[in-house]
Design a protein around this ligand. Sequence first.
Ligand code: MG
Length: 133
Amino acid sequence: MKPSVLIVDDSPAMRAFIRRVLELSGVVMSECYQAADGGEALAVLRRSPVDLVLTDINMPGINGEELVKLIHADEQLNSIPVVVVSTDATEQRVAALLRLGARGYVTKPFHPETLRADLEKVMEAADDRRCRG
Ligand SMILES: [Mg+2]
């Protein structure tokens, strides 16, 4: 399956970089959407089917933490796995984000191989959840 992916980050350079790393890691995407903050991300999610969301935490407007919460609370969207991509990987922060509904956490800077392995795990787990209903 070729996943459609949404990359959320307020830095266009970081979005382009993440996209490039995904491509280098061998993730073949059917679509790669981008959004600059949580508000834009929700707009994309409302109109396009997405298999995976990668989001930064620190963004103006709706930040990554709020985006995780909003997706988790939305019946239409809460089956979409959200992986947080951030430099801020203190244990408490990661634990808090996982409690809010994030399915994974990737620390910048990351390696293409580890990123791919992490994302595959998250997407497989999401498929299992859907199958179990
Ligand atoms: Mg940021």
